[in-house]
Design a binder for this molecule. Structure first.
Ligand code: A2P
Length: 282
């Protein structure tokens, strides 16, 4: 079983430095068996969301696994239609119920309300965040954060926030480092989590990455995961395939050289989800 190091969030909460992503993992048997496999192989950090519609299965897998609840870091996210103060409180209760848990380790605003969809986007995000702060203070969540927030969303949130988000989960992979957001978050001690560290799989057949991976006798997936860690980012690779789930944790037997890290950091865009938080329609 692989062991995973931990990052420490600014409130002192420890978070395993690799999480198991479940976006696009079908609900039911697939979600249950892949989360169980992940726990068996040594993952202690599972990332889900109300919008993924697999919270129930993730919860079942946690219960059915032999790993005690308190040893697992569980993240979920507020679904976009539930933004706002009262609706957030209700949605959070529903998430706990679906997961069959009595607390979450981390809860994130999944996507910011953006100007393209809402005239009062600032107010919506601030109201949502107030509910997050309340749940945090009540001890129902160990850490709170946001996801897909760009710098301007964070700047507005921080104007009224009593508690600065501890995490910002963004799309992050070679060719798409969103450096302006990362720099802003570094300044405010907000840990960056990488969703789709493999670019939803689009990194895997890139010739440059293949060549670098070959040099380190590793796979492109492992290279991308290791690259996140060497950039002090927390990767959340997703897979439903046991051998890959296992492989994605085995990243400690090589170190990317400074030169290769720099080269990978400077790669131009080579694909990704194509989702822009300022332009989403969901
Ligand atoms: P699958 O789930 O069928 O195993 P990302 O985490 O960037 O969103 O990428 C997820 C995609 O990458 C999924 O299609 C997943 O396939 C695939 N994937 C995950 N890990 C590996 C791996 N080690 N080797 C090859 N493909 C992988």
């Amino acid at each position: 079983m692989s062991t995973v190091e931990k990052y420490t969030l600014k409130n002192g909460v420890e978070i395993p430095s690799i999480g198991f992503g479940t976006w696009q993992t079908p609900d039911g048997d697939t979600a249950i068996s892949s989360v169980k496999a992940a726990l068996e192989y040594g993952y202690r950090h599972i990332d889900t969301a109300a919008a993924y519609q697999n919270e129930q299965s993730v919860g079942k897998a946690i219960i059915e696994s032999s790993v005690p609840r308190e040893d697992i870091f569980v993240t979920s996210k507020l679904n976009n239609p539930d933004r706002g103060y009262d609706t957030t409180l209700k949605a959070f209760a529903k998430t706990l119920e679906e997961l069959e848990l009595d607390y979450l380790d981390l809860y994130l605003i999944h996507w910011p309300a953006a100007a393209s969809q809402f005239e009062n986007w600032k107010q919506i995000n601030n109201d949502t965040w107030r509910a997050f702060e309340e749940l945090y203070k009540a001890g129902k969540i160990k850490a709170i954060g946001v996801s897909n927030f760009k710098t301007h969303h964070l700047e507005e949130l921080l104007k009224t926030a009593e508690i600065v988000p501890m995490v910002n989960q963004i799309e992050y992979h070679p060719g798409f480092r969103q450096q302006e957001i990362v720099d802003f978050c570094d300044e405010h001690e907000i840990l960056i989590e990488a969703w789709s560290p493999l670019g939803t799989g689009k990194m895997l057949d890139n010739d440059i990455l293949k060549e670098v991976a070959e040099k380190y006798a590793t796979s492109v997936a492992q290279l991308c995961i290791r690259w996140c860690l060497q950039n002090a980012v927390l990767p959340l690779p997703k897979s439903v395939t046991p051998a890959r789930i296992k492989q994605n944790l085995e990243i400690n037997d090589f170190t990317i050289s400074d030169e290769d890290l720099k080269m990978m950091n400077e790669l131009p865009y080579i694909g990704g989800s194509g989702l822009d938080p300022d332009k989403i329609s969901f």
